[in-house]
Write a protein that binds this ligand. Structure first.
Ligand code: FVH
Length: 293
């Protein structure tokens, strides 16, 4: 049982299996739609016809599918095979998902690692690739060298929610950037401009803005918010113009209204003279009303 099992052969699962096989590991694969394993099998991977068969072949089992509902559906088909296995779940999910799956697999006798892949499938196994892990420390140290084939293996700690929260934070930053860019593109098109012509200037602006983030982070961590040259009151007015101007141009304002509302709340709370970093506490819901789902 020295091989590795990969469950789920979507874009990411296929990249994981291909990379592990390319590094010389014996890889067994299973996917709900059987045809998706054909290409890997043609390159030497071993096809498992059922989930129990796939799990029985390796101590180390990676799973990467659409969501945790699918993970649970898959592993439930082989719950009696979980004992003695290390399950590395690289599927995106919430902290509650991770906590629940960790508890369920552990009760069934498996060691559980929750992970988050920080790159697209094309980059798996390349220099730029990093994967976050949390959960069973012994399982991680035993398999760290194997997992490093996929990208830099970063262990965050035993708490099973660590990787999920970190991944959701990264996705929040990424989707925020893309949401802003989609609005920019729609506005440009409303004026008959070519998005490709203006995009290099947007890229330059975003590079300048993202260079400010370490300073913003220090303010957030210290809770000391300076009065900057670009204050929240000024930005609230500018955002009101982004909302109103978009609507005048026939562009939807659904992406920008929430951020305008947050700045409005900041001004009402007396944070108008401060830096954008002062907005973070406004997003923090008291612990007593945290949702567990
Ligand atoms: N692709 C990316 O850029 C990101 C990078 C960061 C990590 N994410 C997460 O990885 C998970 C898988 O993403 P994916 O890109 O591989 O997704 P798809 O190519 O759409 O493949 C989906 C696979 O999930 C299987 N599946 C879905 N539902 C079920 C189910 N109920 N039972 C069994 N398998 C299921 C699907 O099977 P099939 O449709 O081929 O039969 C695919 O194998 C995801 O969490 C990302 O957020 C990727």
């Amino acid at each position: 049982m020295n091989g590795i099992t990969v469950l789920g052969l979507g874009a990411m699962g296929s990249a994981l299996a291909t990379t592990l096989a390319g590094a010389g590991h014996e890889v067994s694969v299973w996917n709900r739609s059987r045809a998706r394993s054909d290409a890997l099998v043609a390159r030497g991977a071993r096809r498992a016809e059922t989930v129990p068969d796939a799990l029985s072949r390796s101590e180390l089992c990676l799973i990467c599918v659409l969501d945790y509902a699918a993970v649970r559906e898959i592993l439930t088909q082989a719950s009696s095979e979980l004992r003695g296995r290390t399950i590395v779940n690289l599927t995106n999910g919430t902290p509650a998902d991770a906590r629940e799956l960790s508890s369920w697999t552990t009760k069934l006798g498996a060691r559980y690692l929750d992970g988050a892949i920080l790159v697209t499938p094309e980059l798996v196994g390349r220099e730029a690739s990093s994967v976050l892990y949390c959960g069973d420390a012994g399982a991680f140290s035993e398999h760290a060298a194997t997992l490093s084939v996929l990208g830099k293996a970063i262990y965050l700690g035993e708490e099973p929610t660590l990787a999920a929260v970190r991944e959701l934070a990264f996705l929040s930053a990424m989707f925020g950037m893309f949401a802003g860019y989609l609005q920019a593109a729609a506005l440009l098109r409303s004026q008959g401009e070519r998005v490709t012509e203006v995009t290099p200037a947007i890229v330059a602006l975003l590079a300048e803005m993202s260079a400010l983030l370490p300073e913003t982070a220090a303010q957030i961590d210290s809770g000391v918010y300076p009065a900057p040259s670009s204050n929240n009151r000024m930005m609230q007015r500018a955002l009101a113009n982004v909302v109103g101007g978009s609507e005048q141009q026939g562009v939807g304002s659904e992406l920008v209204r929430p951020i305008h509302a947050l700045f409005e709340r900041a001004v009402e709370a007396g944070l108008g003279d401060l830096d954008i970093s002062a907005l973070v506490p406004l997003l923090e819901v008291p612990e007593s009303v945290h949702s567990t789902s």
